[in-house]
Design a protein around this ligand. Structure first.
Ligand SMILES: [Fe+2]
Ligand SMILES: [Fe+2]
Length: 319
């Protein structure tokens, strides 16, 4: 259909018909500004979080306790950087009509306009954290990402198919570390419990606040309206609790929330709400490691400038 001949209102209508009919929207298709802007925000945050997550993880490569663990955490770090690259390319296509590119994404990160996931603002103190993150943070990421495997935006859905396949390997790598420690010495078990105690609140926060009352926006509604995602933040958090609570307890670990209980009548988990005010501060780059991670990213961005320059020169036609 020639979209140019249509009025703005007709274009909106045709677009929503395509969404309702589960058609995939592609990079060059006409799309409402609200759809484009929502995707840019979502995918750039996802992509940058992959890269910002690789930073705390790579700190553990030299300290991994065996060659096998070193190889698997190294593979994970490489995968995460690759996920970041894939997603930033998807974002770049969406940014084209605005005359923006990848450099602008990086500058938005450095200036604080572009946020990254709460978990990557936190310190990783012990090897148990490396296991806990891979098992449960990647486990949580698998839940939010599989929720978007059928996203209406084709390039994002296709990138997620590849990413999710690799995330499963990450979660298994984490589970293997956690299981080894749970079967280990008293000191190892204590280290694991201490890690869970420190990470539990961040894991609950990972899915975002439940309601509009706490966020003051209807971002969730927009992504659901356009079939970018299907489940809400709270539905995803509940799914996570249902899957992982029995597994965590089976390892002999105690979840640090005395209010945690399954409400049989309503079929939901009851839990102590994380501190959502603190969550907002953390993602506004006021978390314990926010500034340090941003500083590291800036250093590597400027130190690698020559690679970008060399690539650009070698791909520019010489005519
Ligand atoms: Fe990833
Ligand atoms: Fe991962």
């Amino acid at each position: 259909m020639d979209m140019h001949a249509l009025s703005e209102e007709e274009k909106q209508h045709v677009f929503m018909e395509r969404i309702i009919n589960n058609e995939k929207i592609e990079a060059d298709d006409w799309m409402p500004t609200e759809y484009r802007d929502t995707l840019i925000k979502l995918i750039s945050m996802h992509g940058i979080s992959e890269i910002m997550g690789a930073l705390p993880e790579k700190e553990w490569v030299p300290r991994a306790p065996s060659l096998q663990r070193k190889l698997s955490i190294m593979a994970k770090v490489q995968d995460e950087m690759g996920h970041g690259q894939l997603l930033l390319r998807v974002t770049e296509d969406l940014l084209k009509p605005y005359g923006k590119d990848r450099q602008d994404i990086m500058e938005d990160l450095f200036s604080g306009r572009l946020k990254f996931h709460n978990v990557f603002h936190m310190p990783t103190k012990t090897w148990a954290d490396a296991g806990m993150i891979a098992w449960l943070v990647d486990g949580a990421a698998i839940m939010t990402q599989t929720n978007m495997l059928n996203a209406s935006y084709g390039p994002y859905a296709r990138a997620l198919h590849r990413i999710c396949a690799e995330e499963v390997f990450h979660a298994q790598h984490g589970e293997s570390i956690v299981m080894a420690m749970a079967e280990g010495t008293v000191a190892q078990k204590e280290m694991l419990q201490d890690s869970l105690n420190r990470w539990w609140e961040s894991l609950l926060m990972f899915f975002g606040p439940a309601t509009k009352e706490t966020t003051g926006t209807s971002k969730q509604d927009i992504t659901i309206k356009y079939k970018i995602r299907s489940k809400t933040n709270e539905e995803l958090r509940q799914k996570f609790l249902t899957k992982y609570i029995p597994r965590i307890q089976a390892l002999g670990l105690i979840i640090p929330d005395p209010a945690l209980a399954f409400n049989e009548a309503e079929g939901i988990w009851e839990y102590t709400q994380p501190d959502w005010k603190k969550f907002k501060e953390i993602i506004s780059n006021k978390g314990p490691r926010s500034q340090e991670r941003l500083r590291l990213r800036k250093i590597s961005y400027s130190e690698n400038a020559w690679v970008r320059k060399a690539l650009q020169e070698s791909f520019t036609p010489s005519s």
